[in-house]
Structures are given as structure tokens and as C-alpha cells.
Design a protein around this ligand. Sequence first.
Ligand code: MN
Length: 247
Amino acid sequence: MWLLANDDGIHAPGLKALMSAVSRLSDFVVVAPDANCSGYSNALTLDKPLRVEQVDAQRYAVNGTPADCVHLAINGLLPEDPERVVSGINAGANLGDDALYSGTLAAAVEGRFLSHTAVSLSVTSWQPDHWEDAAEVAWQLLSKVDTLRLPERTVLNVNIPNLPIEEIKGFRLTRFGHRLRASDVEPTIDPRGRRAFWIGVAGEPADSGEGTDFHAVANGYVSVTPLHADMTRYDTFSAMQAWLDDF
Ligand code: MN
């Protein structure tokens, strides 16, 4: 049995697309937020109890974050551990720096304690035009995922171009690129005359050359980036050690 989650909420079309793909591969249960939680990253709800509404035989909606959903599922809600966690399919790219904010990726990362590699899936558009094609790509990847043997605590971050499947050129192994700074916040005035702000859109790609996730999707390939949660910056160790040795 697989566990499916997302950050766009239990009623999102991308989750329906993922369900259609996974239904050809495995039994599954969905535990997903009852509202859109895009941008919630790995947040856990610690100041109120989580409530679970069973929507149908396979689906549970939770008044919490994407990470809450997977955390709850694997730490008590489900009678046994799922074999695998799959998150998505998100409406919107999760490339490079986006990973720091992504609730979609966070739901997969919350499955890192399970023995099988978790998978996060996104389409590179806020308003995807080709959900069925994205579902087919998801199926292609997930149908072979059982043959993949990776170290524990690995997560695959997959980005699917917003294209009809006949225009998708294949799969590319990628590393994260990164973005420039985000657009400025957008000031506004609320109906009661108070100043407020909208967070602006993510920055333009900066490190987006050959080999990056940005480059793959821009050229019509599905980007597949293996990740782990270890944020240690190993390439600073000699400089850091020299600095600390002087203390
Ligand atoms: Mn989202």
C-alpha cells in the first residue's frame, strides 16, 4: 500500500491525476490537507490538534500541513507503514530554491523514514494544461521505481514539463539550479484601508545551465533530482576547520 499526499489540497486536480496513475500500480491511501497549503514547506502543526475527515474509502482530509498529513499517516493514523510515499502532482514547478518552500516536496521528505525512496511530482505550470499527460509520465516513472535501490533517506524530486506527452523528450538526471531573488512584494490596501502586501513570484532562474533541473524542463525533459535532507555544506569543511582551529 502506498501513501499519497500533496500540498494543493484533497480536491486538487493534480492529486486526482496522481491517483489515476498509482491506481494502475498499487493499492493506496490518500492523506492530504483539506485546503491549499502551497508554500508551507516542512511545517508541523504543534499548537492545535489535527482532525481527520474520511472522505471516502481511500481518502482522508486533514486540517493541517502537507508534512502533518504524512507525519500523521505514518505515526499512527494508518494501521501499518505504507511501502512508499508519493506526493503531488503539484501545480507549479519545484526547481532549485523552490524546494525550500515546497509543501509538495516536504510531504515526500516526511516519508524519508520509510525503507523505500519517496517521490515528489510537480508540473511546471500554476495552471497545467495536460494533467492526463502528466499522469502518464508519473505512471512511467512510478511503474519502474521498485527497481531503484538508493540509500535510505533519499527523496526523488520530479518536475514534469507542462506539455502534451508527445512533446516530452524523456527523463534527465539533474542537480538543483538556483534562482535570483524573488520579485518585490506587492503592496495593496485591504477593504478597511490598511496597508498589506502580497508575496511576489519566485525569482528568475540564475544557475540554470546544462545539468540543472531548470535546463531539463526548459528543454522538454522530465527532471529527476535525487535529494537528501542533510543540508551540511561539506565543501566548506577545510575552510571551516582552519577557522575554528584558531579559537
Ligand atoms: Mn502546491
